[in-house]
Design a protein around this ligand. Structure first.
Ligand code: PEP
Ligand code: MN
Length: 394
């Protein structure tokens, strides 16, 4: 079957979380335009990351992934620089303390689309779905999904990648949730050197907790591409599902092709994760196990801010390391939301951010991020946790 037919078949499956575009004709025009642009990242760069995630899967390296929950188009250049620089500082802390190579992957240059639990927000307006779809301002007109925003996303991502490719950020690869299929599809590209299909929008693409249904379009999309791919697993994920992701998304048993990102919450990780890890190991696949200690620990503060406590984040990471240590498997990496800015979005940590501090600098348009001090402190904690193991990371 031709690639075009396989792509059409995959994307004709049910796709959760797609925006209610008011004018499908306009979406087709935008897609056709995006398809004329060169891919944002190259197959060669993607293969370079695959070699690194393979090392992670074999227990020889650690995957550090993170950045904003939702990148915005108007973020100043310093914001991007701050996130990438923080990622590299955290990587240096981890590498230094553990003597293990660290693979830095940013939630950068494309993390513009957000899955949402409800179609309307607290004000009764159509929910903000990320800058690639609509605007966060509480105005009904600005909340109408606008496909032209996909062109702006591509342009913003290109500028971000240009900056990341300058010498200072060598080694930083990009990633985002491959949520918005009308953005991802026109960027698919076949590399004539190996005949494989690559997602051209970022090096690593992941599927979120809300779009991981096994008969859905997102999993079928991930099956087609040769990029390293990841799937988020919440506390409702079953061992049988985890095994099916491993078999379908890593059919040839290639270490590092698939990353499974557990985001269980600090209260559930020790109970739920072991059976998933054991069942996947039984398939014979060498996946990367990564811990996202953010998304299972979100709560609303007394004053109505979405927040997370630094101690819960640390607790989930501790649970993740304990589980892998007990099973003899490799705790391969962490997936975090942080910024290089001194925001006040998460509670606790080195600056002891309190509930009444949250209003001071709450800048996220979606989930709360660790600020630079909390992020660096967390890197030290992760380094301690991994050093506590019988051997590093293993
Ligand atoms: C996210 O990473 O911002 C996200 C929405 O995560 P999850 O799919 O795990 O809820
Ligand atoms: Mn988030």
């Amino acid at each position: 079957m031709e690639w075009s037919e396989r792509i059409s078949a995959a994307l004709s499956r049910p796709a959760a979380q797609q925006p209610p575009w008011p004018d499908p004709g306009q979406v087709r025009s935008v897609s056709a335009f995006l398809a004329t642009l060169p891919p944002l990242v190259t197959p060669e760069e993607i293969r370079a990351l695959r070699r690194q995630t393979a090392r992670v899967a074999r227990g020889e390296a650690f995957l550090l992934q993170g950045g904003d929950c939702a990148e915005t188009f108007d973020a100043p250049r310093e914001h991007l620089v701050g996130t990438a620089a923080t990622l590299l500082r955290m990587a240096a802390v981890l590498a230094e303390a553990t003597g293990t190579p660290v693979v830095p992957v940013g939630r950068l240059a494309g993390q513009y689309a957000k899955p949402r639990s409800d179609a309307v927000d607290g004000l009764g307006l159509p929910v903000y779905r990320g800058d690639i779809v609509n605007a966060p301002a509480p105005d009904p007109h600005q909340r109408i999904p606008d496909p032209v925003r996909m062109i702006q996303a591509h342009r913003t991502a290109r500028a971000a990648l240009d900056l990341l490719r300058t010498g200072r950020f060598t080694g930083v690869h990009t990633s985002h949730e491959a949520l918005l299929l009308d953005y991802e599809r026109p960027q698919l590209t076949v590399d004539p050197t190996d005949g494989l299909l690559y997602g051209g929008s970022a090096h690593l693409l992941w599927i979120g907790e809300r779009t991981r249904r096994l008969d859905g379009a997102h999993v079928a999309f991930a099956e087609l591409i040769a990029n390293p791919v990841a799937v988020k697993l919440g506390p409702g994920a079953t061992p049988a599902e985890a095994a099916e992701y491993a078999e379908r998304l890593d059919p040839h048993g290639e270490p590092g092709r698939l990353t499974l990102i557990s985001r269980m919450g600090s209260a559930r990780v020790r109970e739920v994760l072991p059976a998933l890890v054991e069942r996947v190991a039984a398939t014979g696949r060498q996946v990367v196990w990564q811990c996202d200690p953010m998304h299972g620990n979100t709560r609303v503060s007394a004053l109505g801010y979405k927040t997370r406590h630094f101690d819960d984040v640390v607790d989930e990471l501790e649970g993740f390391f304990e589980v892998h240590r007990a099973l003899g498997t490799h705790p391969g990496g962490v997936h975090l939301e942080f910024t290089g800015d001194r925001v006040t979005e998460c509670l606790g940590g080195p600056g002891e951010v309190t509930e009444s501090d949250l209003g001071g600098r709450y800048e996220s348009t979606c989930d709360p991020r660790l600020n630079v001090d909390q992020a660096l402190e967390l890197a030290h904690r992760i380094a301690e946790l991994s050093a506590k193991g019988t051997s590093l990371f293993r």
